[in-house]
Design a protein around this ligand. Structure first.
Ligand SMILES: O=C(O)[C@H]1O[C@H](OP(=O)(O)OP(=O)(O)OC[C@H]2O[C@@H](n3ccc(=O)[nH]c3=O)[C@H](O)[C@@H]2O)[C@H](O)[C@@H](O)[C@H]1O
Length: 438
């Protein structure tokens, strides 16, 4: 910004700011000085307010109200070294003829496991993750380190950053996108609703916009949720059952995602497969989920709340072990047909699918706690309470016959076996590295 001349150096020939409204030089200088003081005062007030709002904002309000708070380090990309890492990570093992997959949410629970599995069998994988702080980001960093060791590079960025997405497609011809980046959690939707809109709606649309424009278009497999069944009471839940009664905003955004997928399939010929995951658990899991934070609380001797339905009704989940979910993701990717559009235009009908990926064996939450007590050798302090109106539904149970028919999906891990593996990992992870469980 140019500096104003000092008064003594200004002369009568100074050009007025508004031509045709020239006043005497004395009045002009007086006004100039006055407005300069005003501008300075207002600038001080303005910057003072910014200072106060940054330094005195309560941590809770910043955590709960601002959806963008979660976007950490989103500009940390670009440059020749970065481009080389992207290309190397995307490379299919020679002689394999495999796929090249962009995995969104790769530092997440499911994302890490599927990325590692893809890489193991020789496919090319590039991850993208915004490393937000919805739950402990150090766990995400540990997963990133794990993937790094297997040759998977995770780009740091948000799926809403279309410039970044386009850049990735410029560098690599991805045959598939496995879209797992999302704001998860049923109950948190009452705390920070806009974060669900940001990730599950805007983020998904940004990704689809880029996918529909690139040539060739990739096939997309993405994470929906068992929660779309909402208040549906017909069990087991079949893909043909109604999903128009979501019980949480989380469920509503996943249901909206399914409709958005339909639109992009219909208009642009994108091949789209939605996976309705049923309460996925296991090693490297999500600390916001009940089996995870129950474990932590039981070990610390803290009380846990166990929800029950009306008239002491059982609350149960079709808990599904991560390895079974990985098989379901790989099966979906392997059977995904090519998208049919090019240059943003549909050339013919494209595949559109939705699968349940569950365990077909619901277990009451009280039994989950019993198994954890046995494995941890600690008695839990239990507060049994009525299921709050927080978006939770009392019961889930997957009918998986469609996934079985299409790609031989067959879950093989029961809850006790799966929890044993989780507890072993948990004790090792949080004691060996002396990491805090948050
Ligand atoms: O399948 C899904 O689509 C979803 O699965 C998961 O949701 P949920 O099935 O609700 O799992 P989770 O929170 O672990 O609660 C498990 C059980 O513990 C009960 N529960 C919970 C908390 C508590 O304090 N007490 C309690 O009894 C609770 O009532 C429930 O019965 C994912 O978080 C979600 O992102 C989504 O992917």
């Amino acid at each position: 910004m140019s500096q104003p001349k000092p008064m003594s150096h200004m002369d009568d020939n100074d050009i007025p700011s508004t031509p045709g409204k020239f006043k005497s030089s004395y009045i002009h200088r007086l006004r100039y000085n006055f407005s300069l003081t005003k501008v300075t005062v207002w600038a001080l007030v303005f910057f003072g307010l910014i200072f106060l709002s940054v330094f005195f904002r309560s941590p809770s309000s910043s955590k709960s109200d601002d959806p963008t708070r979660r976007a950490l380090g989103t500009n940390n990309w670009g440059g020749p070294t970065w481009e080389k890492r992207v290309r190397t990570s995307a490379r299919v093992r020679s002689g394999k003829g495999g796929m090249s997959v962009l995995v969104t949410g790769a530092a997440g629970f499911v994302g890490t496991h599927v990325s590692a599995a893809l890489k193991r069998r020789g496919d090319g994988v590039v991850g993208i993750d915004n490393f937000n702080d919805y739950y402990d980001p150090t766990l995400k960093r540990s997963r990133q380190a794990l993937l790094e060791r297997s040759g998977v590079f995770i780009v740091e960025g948000d799926i809403n950053d279309m410039t970044l997405l386009k850049k990735l497609f410029e560098l690599v011809t991805f045959t598939h996108v496995l879209h797992l980046a999302a704001q998860a959690g049923v109950r948190y939707a009452m705390v920070n609703p806009l974060s669900y809109v940001h990730s599950n709606l805007a983020g998904f649309v940004s990704l689809l916009e880029v996918c529909k424009s690139v040539n060739p278009q990739p096939a997309i497999v993405w994470a929906s949720s068992s929660s779309v069944y909402g208040l549906n009471t017909k069990v087991p839940f079949s893909e043909k059952d109604r999903t128009d009664q979501p019980a949480s905003l989380y469920a509503a955004t996943k249901k909206a995602g399914e409709e958005i997928a339909h639109t992009y399939n219909h208009i642009y010929g994108l091949s789209l497969t939605g996976l309705r995951f049923f309460t996925v658990y296991g090693p490297w899991g999500r600390p916001d989920m009940a089996y995870f934070f129950f474990t932590k609380a039981i070990l610390k001797g803290k009380a846990i709340s166990i929800f029950e339905g009306p008239n002491h009704g059982t609350v149960a989940r079709d808990f599904t072990y991560i390895d079974d979910i990985v098989k379901g993701c790989l099966g979906s990717l392997d059977t995904a047909e090519k998208s049919t559009g090019s240059g943003g235009k549909k050339k013919g009908p494209a595949q559109l699918r939705v699968f349940n990926l569950g365990n077909t064996s619901p277990v009451p939450v009280t039994d989950l706690v019993g198994i954890l007590e046995k494995l941890l050798k600690v008695k839990a302090k239990k507060n049994v309470m009525q299921l709050p109106r927080n978006g939770d539904v009392p019961y889930t149970h997957a009918n998986i016959s469609y996934a079985k028919r299409e790609f031989g999906y067959k879950p093989t891990t029961d809850l006790e076996t799966g929890l044993k593996k989780f507890v072993k990992w948990y004790l090792n992870y949080y004691s060996a590295g002396k990491k805090s469980s948050g």
